[in-house]
Design a protein around this ligand. Structure first.
Ligand code: NAI
Length: 462
């Protein structure tokens, strides 16, 4: 048994960042993690392994699509799936070991095992009960289930199973056109799988700016993904050869079905808080399963906090990290703060999609007077040189003050480009501030500047 200033339950992006920051601020910190490695879902079976597969298959796509155009002859390489999987695993283990190193460097104790909270101020791991002045729930989320669909992680898989399929399937039905569905759908489409995405709503990427969603759908369709929108999946039946997916079209209530070798269920995630003992403690849980917290991440139990996917807000690793840092500062007596108005969202397809702040639909709903500055990557020399002219940057600014309210990008390196708008928004910048900032030529970022110029007197290359 030991005593800590803070015990953080969960070693994912929320938990490990909170621990490192708290240790840097002088607290004696432990993290409880039962998985054999640190990094949580994101690092082990989420963001990072998927990025490895997206990277490998992106290069394959480039070979097929663009190599000949550049005079690079010789045909496409064959895919060694096992080797690609090994590359993915190496990327993951390099990163998980990196966190272990950071724990040692910052003197964060790793308590290996699964935690329960038998009483306020107590955390049990195995047979040991530890004392903690503060306890942080950073246990993340798990795939939510879909009625009529049983996940076996072989034929019917979640994102976890989709990362480790034993072979490349001939056909795949993806249920849900959200981030996971589109990223993993892209991976397999590039590997030659016939991918069909079935989505309940009438558009892909729920919550994203509608114009961006439409453009992305067009681009992904060109890449070979098929979309069935406005269709609610009713059930999945499996057999030795694969699965039959039945769905109902909302517009006319007709039922139809599809056959596929593999089904990826990507219909959202839910907080993972089972087994902690929260019910017995009387911790308030919201109707959608999240732990209720106040503005300082404290639950209704004094000294018990929660961050990341386990609480309200977008289920994003970087949102959890920011909350982890803010909470560490609060626990150390400082003023931790997260600006929820400036949290970027990125989809790592090719091209990438990135978004921050309000969408045009939200501004309309709020009845806010706004202006739109849009610039196509067709007018960006660098993007054209690498066959990435599809897509655009769209900046939304307040009509009267010119203050930037949101930005939406579909195009090359969108996930990196969005951050100059994030910084601008943090500083309360106007579109003109961005437009008057010198941008190096030739870079993709010039498209962001051009969109900002389009909010004023006009873009140059449009
Ligand atoms: P999501 O919430 O992004 O999308 C789920 C989609 O499934 C929605 O469009 C929904 O309308 C649809 N759906 C639900 N029930 C359906 C049914 N019966 N039939 C047809 N469609 C149905 O969820 P997703 O993609 O599973 O991702 C889970 C979480 O993980 C999200 O919060 C996401 O932000 C996060 N994530 C983020 C990544 C990133 O930032 N790049 C990568 C992967 C995941």
């Amino acid at each position: 048994m030991a005593s800590f200033d803070a015990i953080i339950i969960g070693g994912g992006p929320g938990g490990y960042v909170c621990a490192i920051r708290a240790a840097q601020l002088g607290l004696n910190v432990a993290v409880v993690e039962g998985r054999g490695t640190l990094g949580g879902t994101c690092l082990n079976v989420g963001c990072i392994p998927s990025k490895a597969l997206l990277n490998a298959t992106h290069h394959l796509h480039e070979v097929h699509e663009n190599f000949e155009k550049m005079g690079l002859m010789g045909g496409a390489p064959t895919v060694d799936w096992l080797k690609m999987q090994a590359y993915k695993s190496d990327v993951v283990s390099g990163n998980t070991k990196g966190i272990e190193f950071l724990f040692k460097k910052n003197k964060v104790t790793w308590l290996k095992g699964w935690a329960t909270i038998p009483a306020p101020g107590k955390v049990q791991v195995g047979d040991e009960v530890h004392d903690a002045k503060n306890i942080v729930i950073a246990t993340g989320s798990e795939p939510s289930s879909l009625p009529g669909v049983t996940v076996d992680e072989t034929i019917v898989v979640t994102s976890t199973g989709a990362l480790t399929l034993p072979s490349i399937p001939k056909s795949m039905v993806v249920i849900g056109a959200g981030v996971i569905g589109l990223e993993m759908g892209s991976v397999y489409a590039r590997l030659g799988t016939q991918v069909t995405v079935v989505e309940y709503l009438d558009a892909i990427t729920p919550g994203m700016d509608a114009e961006v969603a439409k453009a992305l759908q067009k681009i992904l369709t060109k890449q070979g993904l098929k979309f069935i929108l406005g269709a609610a999946v009713q059930g999945v039946e499996t057999s030795a050869s694969g699965a039959k997916i039945t769905y109902k079209l909302k517009k006319n209530d007709t039922e139809a079905s599809l056959d596929a070798e593999v089904v990826l269920v990507a219909t959202g995630r839910k907080p993972y808080i089972a087994g902690l003992g929260l019910e017995a403690l009387g911790v308030e849980i919201l109707p959608r399963g999240q732990v209720k917290t106040d503005a300082h991440y404290q639950t209704n139990i004094k000294g018990l906090y929660a961050i990341g996917d386990a609480i309200v807000g977008p289920m994003l690793a970087h949102k959890a990290e920011d909350e982890g840092m803010a909470l560490a500062e609060i626990l150390a007596g400082k003023a931790g703060h997260v600006n929820y108005g400036v949290i970027p969202g990125v989809v790592y397809t090719t091209p990438e999609v990135a978004s921050v702040g309000a969408t045009e639909e939200q501004l309309k709903e709020q009845g806010r007077a706004y202006k739109v500055g849009k610039f196509s990557f067709m007018g960006n020399a660098r993007a054209k040189a690498v066959f990435q002219g599809d897509g655009f940057v769209k900046i939304l600014a307040d009509k009267a003050t010119d203050r930037i309210l949101g930005a939406h990008i579909v195009g090359p390196a969108a996930g990196d480009l969005i951050h100059e708008v994030c910084v601008a928004m943090e500083f309360g910048a106007s579109a003109q501030d961005l437009a008057m900032t010198c941008h190096a030529h030739p870079t993709y970022s010039e498209a962001v500047r051009e969109a900002a110029l389009a909010c004023g007197d006009g873009a140059i290359h449009a």
